[in-house]
Design a protein around this ligand. Structure first.
Ligand SMILES: [Zn+2]
Length: 410
């Protein structure tokens, strides 16, 4: 191992108290966007800015995405840059400041905004999603500055707003207004998804399609079904009939986990309030994660055709329309420089072989990929995002900080 890494790694290992105190400070600054009932990420971002200013960046800038619903009328995005000893492509690590609400508080063992420690586990809303990435990137640069004075390649840390509710005021805004920050040879890592061993480098996503089925029958008393048309019974037939889509679009791709497209009925809206009424309207949804080889429009067409068949056989009216749709971004090539640099660094730090993979969709890296910037999503984590009692592991944060430091130094 190179000498400088021998100095950096023990330094990172000595940061346990910093990991805990940073996580406590970050978690107590609740960063909920207006769509999640909050006022924005200002307090948390200001705290991160103060930490990064202490690390002597060559440039630090807060970029305001106008949002009249948020505090001060904007959402804060933060970018800090450090120069490298050599003129190499920049290493970017992008995390997000916003969190999702804690949900049902009775499911939490303690106050979600007050971090508690149990051995190597830190609990609290946001500790993994995405403070894990914030802390590991900040500690990587701190260790480099303390031991080597300067990274070998330029480093950028970006902290964006609004990842949890669409990124319009976050990465999407940043790329639109300040796209020149990112070069197409830069190594862009998004530590916002991974597995427990750190062996998954996410490079591709499926397209997402949420189909809303509105089934209209005729409401009546349950004792006289002949006077109505039961929308729930028709919806049930439709759900069963939709199973054939799985068979029609069953071709797989081993890059992805799972290696096939998925089509799952999920949410059903409340219908009648009492048991003795036959419902006249039911609305349910199907979540489709579609491999890039299939056309989203074709899936939607098949949903509509199958809905038509059930409509004909039951006499109810059925509408199938789009509740949400997101076309898959072009994948990051499995041999892209960022994937190779990450794999090398992971191997050096943990001895493990990491593999490029595709997942079901919905990471912020898609915005980079759509802009022609090959980004990789990677971190070592138990994947407790959005759950009650969300937790992260202190050793995972240190491992990831070492991987980022290795990428910055080699
Ligand atoms: Zn996240």
């Amino acid at each position: 191992m190179e000498d400088f890494l021998k100095r950096i790694f023990p330094l990172i290992d000595s940061y346990r108290d910093e990991v805990i105190s940073l996580q406590k400070e970050l978690t107590s600054r609740v960063a909920l966007g207006p769509d999640n009932g909050g006022t924005g990420e200002h307090e948390k971002t200001a705290f991160i800015q103060s930490i990064m200013e202490g690390l002597n960046p060559s440039r630090i800038e807060e970029i305001h995405a106008p949002d009249s619903r948020a505090e001060h009328g904007y959402r804060p995005n933060l970018v800090a840059l450090w120069e490298g000893k050599k003129e190499l492509p920049r290493l970017w690590i992008l995390s997000h400041s916003d969190i999702v609400p804690p949900g049902d508080l009775s499911l939490w063992e303690r106050d979600p905004y007050e971090v508690w420690v149990d051995g190597d586990k830190l609990y609290g809303r946001g500790v993994e999603d995405n403070q894990h990435g914030i802390v590991s990137s900040v500690l990587a640069i701190k260790a480099i500055l303390e031991s080597a004075g300067q990274p070998t390649r330029p480093v950028g840390i970006a902290i964006v707003a609004d990842e949890e509710t669409g990124s319009k005021y976050g990465l999407s805004y940043l790329l639109e207004k300040r796209g020149q920050l990112f070069g197409d040879t830069d190594l862009i890592v998004v530590p916002d998804g991974g597995n427990e061993t750190g062996s998954m480098i996410e490079v591709a996503e499926k397209s997402m399609l949420w189909v809303r089925f509105t089934v209209l029958g005729r409401q009546c008393h349950a004792s006289t079904p002949h006077k109505g048309r039961n929308s729930l019974a028709a919806a049930a037939r439709l759900i069963v009939a939709l199973e054939k889509i799985k068979r029609e679009f069953s071709d797989g791709d081993e890059l992805f986990r799972p290696p096939i497209s998925t089509f799952e009925p999920t949410k059903i809206e409340a219908n009648v309030e009492n048991v003795n009424t036959i419902p006249g309207k039911d609305v349910f949804y199907m979540d489709c994660r579609i491999l890039p080889r299939f056309e989203v429009d074709r899936i939607l067409e098949r949903c509509q055709e199958i809905a038509g068949e059930i409509s004909n056989s039951t006499g109810v009216k059925i509408k199938a329309d789009i509740a949400y749709r997101e076309e898959a971004a072009p994948p990051t090539p499995s041999d892209a420089p960022v994937v190779e640099a990450l794999s090398r660094a992971i191997h050096l730090v943990t001895g493990r072989e990491a593999k490029p993979m595709g997942i079901g969709g919905g990471t912020v890296a898609a915005f980079f990929r759509k802009a022609g910037l090959p980004a990789a999503v990677w971190c070592t984590s138990p994947d407790t995002a959005h759950q009650p009692n969300e937790y992260c592991l202190i050793p995972d944060i240190m491992t990831d900080a070492k991987v980022f430091a290795t990428m910055a130094m080699t």
